[in-house]
Write a protein that binds this ligand. Structure first.
Ligand code: ISE
Length: 341
């Protein structure tokens, strides 16, 4: 069996991490090409990752050339969200399976076009990078809720904190690039679409640039009557912290307490906080990419679909409206049966 030949588009923080993962920790896959708006960055990564005796990793200038290349069987898209739509259409046109980092696209209309184009092609080629679904703790929580042991889920409380983000990470990105994870988690864990979202904004931390609304506190209402809340705080200063608690009729379950190794030394007691998502979700990313490679070889996807990316985009679009108006916003989402029927 020959290795799946993977090309990575966008080798910033996440793309570089995935590229390294494909090279060092993924079975049955080989990194053959990388591409980035900053060619120097792509060249440095290719040089670092290509072992001397290997055929090397090509650096390609144009993402569409990488997607079309004969020696690329499948693509990891880690370019900025605004570039995804065009690159996803190219993948569909070329019949290339693609693991697309979130957000699927920048708005619900373009995300729906992607879903429709994929459906027309008759084969699921797109998997979306909602990695929390592959985190062993989230997966265990999902299994517990699905088992029915705790009864009907009623509430989900989420906390999502980043140590800090670049100044260019504005209020809208907090919704579209960060909160989008909990949008997916809520839909997935509770098995229902989000119908309404309200984004509240307390007086922002003084440690962000003017006009950035950070933290944000959102409330999701789901079609099955459950509710979820999420605090997203991307300039928390301390470290990366993602956890959630599901409350059901006969009990609650909490994950993400991060109580790994606890030390007692130097008059202190406690553990360490991960610096960022690459550390906290390393195992989830490894599992996600390995399962994506394995499924791709079988001609399938094994994770969140284009529809999940679209549904999240629809919720985030309403979230942006609520961010602006301060009022609840209804989620406008197409009928799944009609689109995929
Ligand atoms: C980033 O793009 C991610 O996906 C991280 O998981 C999230 O915590 C962060 O806020 C985003 O910027």
């Amino acid at each position: 069996m020959t290795d799946l030949r993977v090309g990575v588009v966008g080798v910033g923080v996440m793309g570089a991490d995935h590229a390294e993962r494909v090279v060092r920790r993924t079975a049955g896959a080989r990194l053959v090409a990388v591409c980035d708006a900053d060619r120097g960055r792509a060249e440095a990564l290719a040089a670092r990752l290509a072992p001397v005796e290997s055929p090397g990793i090509r650096v390609v200038d144009d993402p569409l050339d990488l997607i079309a290349a004969d020696d690329v069987d499948a693509v990891i898209l880690a370019s900025p969200g605004f570039a995804h739509a065009e690159q996803l259409f190219a993948c569909l046109e070329q019949g290339k399976p693609v693991l697309c980092e979130k957000p699927l696209t920048m708005d619900a209309a373009s995300a729906l076009e992607v879903v429709e184009a994929e459906h027309k092609g008759g084969r699921q080629l797109i998997q979306v990078g909602f990695m929390r679904r592959f985190d062993p703790e989230y997966a265990a929580l999902k299994e517990l809720l699905d088992s029915g042991e705790l009864g009907r889920p009623l509430l989900l409380h989420n906390v999502h904190r980043n140590k800090s983000v670049a100044p260019a990470f504005r209020s809208e990105m907090i919704v579209r690039d960060s909160m989008v994870h909990e949008v997916d988690v809520a839909r997935w864990l509770f098995g229902a679409e989000i119908t309404r979202i309200t984004v509240h904004t307390p007086k922002p931390t003084s440690l962000v640039g003017d006009g950035v609304l950070d933290p944000q506190l959102a409330v999701f209402e789901l079609a099955n009557g459950a509710m979820a809340d999420v605090e997203v705080f991307v300039n928390f200063q301390v470290g990366y912290e993602v956890r959630c608690e599901a409350v059901a009729e006969r009990g609650s379950a909490t994950i993400g307490l991060g109580s790994g190794v606890l030390t007692r030394a130097g008059g202190q007691w406690g553990g360490a906080m991960p610096a960022d998502f690459r550390v906290r979700f390393e195992q989830a990313y490894d599992i996600e990419v390995q399962r994506w490679v394995d499924a791709t070889v079988r001609g399938e996807i094994d994770g969140p679909s284009a529809w999940d990316g679209y549904a999240a985009a629809a919720v985030c679009e309403a979230g942006l409206e609520s961010l602006q108006t301060g009022r609840p916003a209804e989620v406008v989402i197409a009928d799944r049966g009609t689109v995929l029927g």
